[in-house]
Design a protein around this ligand. Structure first.
Ligand SMILES: Nc1nc2c(ncn2[C@@H]2O[C@H](COP(=O)(O)OP(=O)(O)O)[C@@H](O)[C@H]2O)c(=O)[nH]1
Ligand SMILES: [Mg+2]
Ligand SMILES: [Zn+2]
Length: 362
């Protein structure tokens, strides 16, 4: 399959040419071809190249010069590959500059970004119907899209399980702002043609959402085959079996590209500052009329946001969610202001057990 089937275009071509020119001036100049990362597992990549699929590994130089995981390839990345087609192998030398990067704060205590996918053009936020629409979770995923400057769309999945799809649609539209909202069912086929119209040939969409939302089932429906393992619920204990464990990029028969992801149990935002204003657009636009420019909408006089809540123009649970994410964001910013060196020193102290209990900040 030619690389254009995987989204290769003149802009990436120009970036690759630049890279070759740079390398031609340097000492090491292996023969390089472009490739795209289809899946990644512990620094081993499945790559598509003009020479076919290769199993890739980062070059020693790439691995050791990487300051962190963001410098290494992720699903969706375009990379330079030194191919060994006879062996089906490739050495990845460089990651091409990304058009977009979906980042989250890595799970656990470390303040580290995790790259979910690169070069994504459309983020499909899956939210299952048939129960409570988890509005706060949908908002977090929308903020992830705004942060990455990737256009979002909301997919209300398993619509066949929903007794009142119209009510669900209007509830979701209230969260989504200008983003499209679709009700879909892989079981009945409802909404699949409309979804297919959102997926442009050559463009890359990524599916995110909680585990069990039906993401992989949708991928299979769009692929027209059972390529992606879906979670079957065991009768005996209701637990899932084949949950998706890694992110993977698929080429749909329509020519669109789609990344399936495992469910994210927690989605910590990485750097959501401005994204919150795009996500809670009604709060941000009312805030422009608050008397104080730094109004926190917590009871200050002349607060236009509170006035809008009292008038029923802003949903108070949306304001609460906005305030909560802003506090999270501020706490992160404060921690980061310690600087990497200081944070590193504190971590070291903690690891060494020099102090009992939490480390005291001077
Ligand atoms: N009723 C119904 N069930 C679905 C639909 N799509 C998926 N499921 C079921 O939901 C469960 C989870 O699906 P899966 O695709 O693995 O979810 P994922 O974790 O988001 O990838 C499986 O048992 C599917 O058969 C749908 O449109 N309607
Ligand atoms: Mg899955
Ligand atoms: Zn205010």
């Amino acid at each position: 399959m030619p690389l254009t089937r995987y989204g290769w275009d003149p802009a990436f071509e120009a970036l690759f040419e630049n890279l070759l020119e740079e390398r031609a001036r340097g000492a090491s100049r292996p023969d390089l071809v472009p490739g795209r990362v289809l899946s990644e597992s512990r620094e081993t990549y499945r790559l598509t190249t003009a020479l076919g699929e290769l199993a890739g590994e980062p070059s020693g130089r790439l691995r050791f010069s990487a300051a962190g995981p963001l410098d290494l390839p992720a699903v969706g990345d375009w990379v330079s590959v030194q191919p060994f087609p006879a062996e089906g192998l490739g050495i990845v030398h460089d990651v091409l500059p990304r058009r977009s990067a979906l980042l989250r704060r890595a799970a656990g205590r470390r303040d580290e970004a995790q790259l979910l996918a690169a070069n994504v053009d459309l983020l499909l936020v899956a939210a299952p119907l048939g129960g409570d629409l988890r509005a706060r979770r949908v908002e977090r995923f929308l903020a992830l899209a705004h942060e990455a400057e990737v256009a979002p769309a909301v997919l209300l999945t398993k619509a066949d399980l929903e007794p009142d799809p119209d009510a669900a649609l209007s509830a979701a539209r209230a969260l989504a702002g200008p983003a499209p909202v679709l009700a879909v069912s892989a079981r009945t086929g409802l909404g699949l043609p409309a979804l297919a119209r959102l997926l442009a040939p050559g463009a890359t969409a990524a599916l995110v959402g909680p585990s069990g939302a039906g993401k992989s089932t949708l991928v299979n429906a769009l692929l027209g085959s059972e390529r992606q393992a879906t979670r079957e619920i065991r009768q005996s204990d209701g637990r899932g079996r084949h949950a998706t464990t890694r992110r993977e990029l698929f080429v749909l028969p329509s020519g669109a590209l789609l990344v399936d992801t495992p469910g994210l149990r927690e989605l910590g935002l990485w750097d959501a500052g401005a994204a919150l204003e795009a996500t809670y657009e009604e709060v941000a636009s009312a805030a422009a009329s608050c008397r104080f420019r730094d109004c926190r909408h917590e009871g200050e006089p002349g607060c236009a946001v509170r006035a809008a809540v009292d008038a029923g123009a802003i949903d108070s649970s949306r304001l609460d969610a906005f305030a909560k994410l802003r506090r999270e964001e501020e706490a992160l910013a404060a921690r980061r202001a310690l600087g990497p060196a200081r944070a590193e020193r504190l971590r070291w102290k903690r690891i060494m057990g020099g102090s009992k209990g939490p480390v005291k900040l001077r």
